[in-house]
Write a protein that binds this ligand. Structure first.
Ligand SMILES: Nc1ncnc2c1ncn2[C@@H]1O[C@H](COP(=O)(O)OP(=O)(O)OP(=O)(O)O)[C@@H](O)[C@H]1O
Length: 575
């Protein structure tokens, strides 16, 4: 696992250095405390190697002062760890969100939103302690252990050498053990993922499960997943406990050997009691950073999977790129699709094949066709969420690939199949399209979308708060609010994808009236599901299996008895 954030973030690097420095200062305190204790015991035993310092009080005073300093350092270290954690989360989320926004909706269309959310929320949480705890713990372990051994070597190098062998063996054995046992432990992550996914499905689909009386069966599935998770967790816990046994064995045997050898040397008159006690206390201090590293290891472990998904997301290439030198904004808004071919990534069937058509400026064109015919794909290509594989799309004669994305998207107001309204007031939702819009402009847009009477009847009017995804409004009202928002953008091209699908007749009438209101004033493309919408259009384009099979006025197509007539006949009022 390679860290990928520290190299790009000086702020985070500074915090990690601070965290490591405070960890090392704590280790230094421990070492000095060990020296004080050894000095204290040596003095009490009348050790002559201490230069005849008869009083134990300086050692005692030093020990007490060090306890105070260590307390402050532990507090500082915790504060730095917390602030590193916050900085990591902020930094990573900012990088991910900026990247995601640069990637554009093409990527969110291709990936599951749940996946993205898990990476940005849960993944970042898992990775945070890698930076705030694990990496500093590695630095403290390496430098701290070397420092402890160096201090011991100054007093007695054979003890340092013997202890050094165990200090090196500790992480090597730990690593070997974990590699060996990894397959037994990794199952817990898969089991946790499976349980989480199943639970999320059940919560999101609770209404469907109840409707189909399937909640009992789902409960059995969930409890089977929970059982699997429990047994994997017990297996993982057994491995982890045995791991603690392995490292504990190294620590204890190292301590026992160093102390026994040194005691024997003291008895033989080769070593002073002070050196013996110093070796005893420093042995504890040499293993302390390694113990901490072992405890933090599980955070790095949990971060492993999350880091991979974050790295994958950061490595994603945007499906469209800004032109190097953008063309000026076109003066006209006629649209031309010229021999456009397009397939979605990973799909063998083309979504659009050799599609050519034009829409005149301020013309009202309806696009119809059976499900999967490619209608929404047209609405996806026009604002350049993807580029065609072949062919070109032009607005006012300019290839849209030569326009900056900002210029292009300012030309288009869109209402999609899946209207997104956000938590916030009605006014806030409207102002997404135009943050500077005045209240008069908001009301005019609502009027044009035939929503003004409803909003005026609400006690809080424009300041009425909406729940998540526009909760509090009916489907039709949400669509009309989305139309009002698109109008507020005042874009010359208006793209309505299935605006009247799944709405009540009253809403449909209101939407219809709204569409009629901007006929001849905007270039209007409506992906239509209703005959009533189609009948009002200047022209209808009929698609089947990604190809344009018919085009003409609704009346002429109805008489021609071709694809449009068949569609109208089979679908009745609803196309
Ligand atoms: N994000 C996607 N990834 C892969 N294939 C897709 C994607 N979106 C659409 N398709 C495929 O492209 C083809 C055209 O889909 P499109 O959504 O444009 O049809 P549509 O006419 O709008 O259908 P509907 O009326 O059901 O919305 C279909 O075969 C569909 O399965």
């Amino acid at each position: 696992m390679t860290p990928f954030l520290s190299a790009t973030s000086p702020r985070l690097r500074r915090r990690m250095i601070g965290s490591s420095a405070s960890g090392l200062a704590i280790t230094a305190c421990h070492v000095l405390q060990g020296i004080c204790l050894a000095g204290l015991v040596g003095t009490l035993l009348g050790d002559t190697s201490l230069g005849g310092a008869a009083s134990p009080f300086p050692w005692l005073a030093g020990f007490a002062v060090l306890i105070l300093i260590k307390g402050v350092l532990i507090w500082v270290s915790e504060i730095i760890a917390q602030s590193t954690a916050q900085a990591t989360k902020e930094e990573l989320r900012q990088r991910l969100l900026t990247h995601l926004i640069d990637l554009g909706p093409g990527v969110t269309l291709r990936r599951q939103t749940g996946d993205l959310q898990a990476t940005i929320v849960g993944g970042v949480e898992a990775v945070e302690s890698y930076y705030s705890r694990y990496l500093p713990a590695i630095i403290v372990a390496v430098i701290g252990c070397a420092g402890v051994l160096a201090v011991l070597a100054l007093v007695d190098w054979p003890s340092a050498l013997l202890l050094g062998a165990f200090v090196v063996a500790f992480p090597l054995l730990d690593r070997f053990w974990m590699r060996w046992q990894m397959p037994a432990v990794s199952g817990v992550f898969a089991a946790m993922g499976a349980f989480g996914a199943e639970l999320l499905d059940a919560l999101q689909g609770i209404l469907t499960l109840k409707t189909f009386n399937a909640s009992q069966a789902w409960r059995h599935r969930l409890s089977a997943r929970a059982d699997a998770l429990a047994s994997e967790s017990i297996r993982a816990a057994a491995v982890t406990m045995m791991r603690t046994g392995v490292t504990g064995f190294v620590t204890l045997s190292g301590t026992a050997l160093v102390v026994s050898v040194d005691a024997w040397r003291v008895a033989a008159g080769e070593l002073s009691p002070f050196a013996l006690f110093l070796a005893l206390f420093l042995t504890r201090e040499a293993f302390r950073p390694l113990d901490r590293l072992e405890k933090e290891f599980h955070t790095a472990w949990a971060a492993g999977g999350a880091m991979q998904s974050i790295r994958d997301l950061l490595a994603l290439e945007a499906p469209v790129h800004e032109p190097a030198s953008p063309a000026p904004c076109p003066h006209r808004t006629d649209i031309a699709f010229d021999a456009v071919d397009f397939s979605y990534d990973g799909s063998d069937t083309p979504a659009l094949s050799s599609v050519s058509f034009t829409v005149r400026e301020n013309e009202f064109v309806a696009i119809v066709g059976p499900s999967g015919a490619g209608k929404s794909t047209i609405a996806t290509l026009l604002p350049r969420f993807f580029d065609p594989d072949r062919g070109a799309i032009r607005i006012g004669g300019t290839d849209i690939r030569t326009l900056s994305l900002g210029t292009l998207r300012r030309l288009i107001g869109a209402v999609s199949q899946d209207t997104t309204l956000f938590s916030g007031t009605i006014a806030e939702n409207l102002r997404l399209a135009n943050p500077d819009a005045t209240e008069i402009e908001l009301r005019a847009a609502l009027e044009a979308a035939h929503l003004a009477p409803l909003i005026n009847s609400l006690p809080q009017g424009l300041d009425t708060p909406l729940g998540e995804r526009g909760a509090g409004l009916s489907g039709g009202q949400r669509q009309r609010l989305a139309i009002a928002r698109a109008l507020l953008k005042d874009a010359p091209i208006l793209l309505l994808d299935e605006a009247t699908s799944n709405v009540d007749p009253a809403s449909e009438k209101a939407i219809q009236a709204a569409i009629d209101g901007f006929r001849g004033r905007r270039t209007l493309i409506v992906i239509a599901h209703r005959l009533s919408t189609v009948a009002a259009a200047d022209r209808v384009l009929v698609f089947e299996r990604g190809r344009l099979v018919e085009a003409g006025s609704p009346q002429s197509l109805a008489i021609a008895g071709g694809a449009f007539a068949r569609l109208a006949f089979t679908e009745g009022d609803v196309l």
